[in-house]
Design a protein around this ligand. Structure first.
Ligand code: HXC
Length: 510
């Protein structure tokens, strides 16, 4: 019996070495951890249960029958993050560059199926060279099986991808269909075709970093939702994100103990809005003062900074914050901001996370660049996302809510549940200057008349009261009471029961 146990331990030892010590050392020299080290760091200590440690590829072409390595380039299984079950797979770059074979795909598929069946999040860690070139169509088929499961799981369980090395070819599309992608700065990159193919086809010379590094994907393409400095930091941030998320679309949002009073007034908020309506202020200050202990996990912090999206908690329960940012482009809605926020709102709605929206928006961004770039369709995405969302929607207009952007930003008319305005709110079709220049065009040459018209317009329309008179805002609230009002509102809305008409699926303007 002892021999049998020793044999198991021996085989486990070989499997754990993956592609061998030399390749593990090379991995470390590049500042990267191995697949197993990443899983150990990511999961609660000692919680990892591995599957399929001894799976090998079945390929015989190109001499592959002579090189079989237990595990076949991916480590799979499940464990816990702060006590809650998650499923995980991590590509092992030391084994055939983490490339995907038929057997490798079957291992991923197994954990995808288990995660879906057991309604728990799945996290994929990528460090791989795409399809196993020696396997041909078997690898392509394997990818498609993975993609199909990504789609079926979308909106049912949270799916998160962490890019910690190369992620090329077939490897990019599975992350692209998951809810969030995080990257490691300097050591990770994602692209469909690498620099060599780019050179051949388009004659462009680019480095991997320039083509698909973390900076590109967090600031330009918006493929990635965040980037961190190293493997350790990245994995700990993903753990932090998971703490905010429910296990599935039928699980409640996680609740943790809240150590900060929700009844204390925060008088600093009464002076957050500058006296001059054109002066910016940082909307993140409001988010941090409303969220428990100022804990805010921002999504896409470096992209479309004119809108801020992320998770926080109010009285211990997760909420999604969406807020126009007056510090960037005066908080205007453009195509990028609309797409970014629409995706976030839809994620929250999928997973029953209430949405708190802070509004200070001068409208949609004018110009040919925006119109040619499809502003109408992109803006409609955000409008569509808010309108279809059935989760509790709480809105606070802090200052400007002009034009179509007023409608879009979780207005009462889009089934906002609680729509509050600060006394500093200005809810109108447009700002005073533009309005007066249109309505009183005949007086444009007379500065005195224009000043008088402007004053009249400002007095009548640039306040929350015209909207409040119609019930479009439920209450004009004191800024210092915002956290308390939202906390009470969220409690009141806990049993909200609203559903949309039956449909196969909607047709959001993609
Ligand atoms: C088989 C692979 C491999 C692959 C890497 N390796 N990629 N083996 N299939 N796709 C192996 C290498 O042979 C090498 O083996 C080891 O992994 C490490 O690779 P290196 O090239 O030495 O590492 P590095 O210099 O860091 O470069 C990493 C890399 C590069 C950028 C990922 O290996 C590369 O460009 N690989 C090919 C990428 C690619 O074109 N993939 C196919 C995409 S097509 P040894 O034994 O020497 O250690 C695709 C289509 C699917 O994916 C579409 C589905 C929708």
């Amino acid at each position: 019996m002892k021999d049998i146990l020793e044999e198991l331990e021996r085989r486990r030892g070989i499997a754990r070495l993956g592609g061998g010590q030399a390749r593990i050392d090379a991995q470390h020299q590049r500042g990267k951890l191995t697949a197993r080290e990443r899983i150990d760091l990511f999961l609660d200590e000692g919680s990892f249960e591995e599957f399929d440690m001894f799976v090998e590829h079945r390929s015989t072409d190109f001499g592959m029958d002579k090189s079989r390595i237990a595990g076949d380039g991916v480590v799979t299984g499940w464990g816990t993050v702060n006590g809650r079950t998650v499923f995980v797979f991590a590509k092992d770059f030391t084994v055939f560059g983490g490339s995907l074979s038929e057997a490798h795909a079957e291992k991923i598929i197994k954990v995808q199926d288990m995660a879906l069946k057991n309604r728990a999040p799945i996290i994929g860690i990528y460090d791989a060279g795409g399809a196993r070139i020696q396997e041909g169509v078997a690898a392509l088929g394997g990818y498609a099986e993975v993609f199909q499961r990504n789609v079926l799981a979308s909106g049912v369980i949270p799916q998160i991808s962490v890019i910690m090395g190369p992620c090329a070819g077939g490897d990019v599309y599975s992350p692209a269909m998951t809810d969030f992608i995080f990257m490691v700065r300097d050591t990770s990159y994602m692209f469909v075709t690498g620099p060599d193919v780019v050179k051949t086809v388009t004659n462009e010379t680019v480095t991997s970093e320039e083509l698909g590094g973390a900076t590109v994907h967090t600031t330009r393409s918006s493929i990635a939702d965040g980037a961190y400095d190293n493997d350790v930091d990245t994995l700990s941030q993903v753990r932090r994100l998971i703490d905010f998320l429910p296990q599935s679309n039928t699980s409640p949002v996680p609740e943790i103990e809240c150590y900060q009073s929700v009844t204390d007034a925060d008088s600093s908020l009464d002076t957050l809005i500058p006296a001059n309506a054109n002066k910016p202020y940082d909307i993140k200050e409001l988010i941090q003062k409303v969220a428990d202990e100022g804990d805010f996990f921002e999504i896409q912090a470096s992209f479309a900074k004119n809108i801020v999206c992320g998770f926080g908690r109010i009285e211990g329960s997760t909420v999604g914050f969406v807020a126009n940012q007056p510090m960037v482009l005066a908080g205007v809605l453009d195509s990028d901001a609309s797409r970014k926020a629409a995706r976030f709102v839809r994620f929250c709605d999928c997973f029953n996370i209430p949405i708190v929206t802070f509004v200070d928006v001068p409208g949609f961004l004018p110009g040919t660049a925006q119109e040619y770039g499809g502003l109408i369709k992109h803006g409609a995405k955000l409008l569509f996302a808010y309108a279809e969302a059935t989760v509790p929607k709480l809105t606070v207009i802090t200052r400007k809510a002009f034009g179509g952007a007023y409608d879009v930003m979780a207005s009462k008319h889009l089934r906002g549940d609680l729509n509050y305005a600060w006394p500093t709110a200005q809810i109108a079709v447009m700002g005073a200057k533009g309005a007066v220049e249109i309505i009183f065009r005949k007086d444009i040459a007379d500065p005195e008349k224009i000043a008088a018209h402007t004053k009249m317009y400002e007095d009548r329309f640039l306040s929350p009261f015209v909207a409040a008179e119609r019930g479009y805002v439920d209450e004009v609230i004191m800024p210092h009471s915002t956290r308390r009002r939202l906390a009470r509102g969220l409690k009141m809305l806990r049993n909200k029961d609203l559903s949309n008409p039956w449909k196969k699926h909607d047709n959001i303007p993609l």
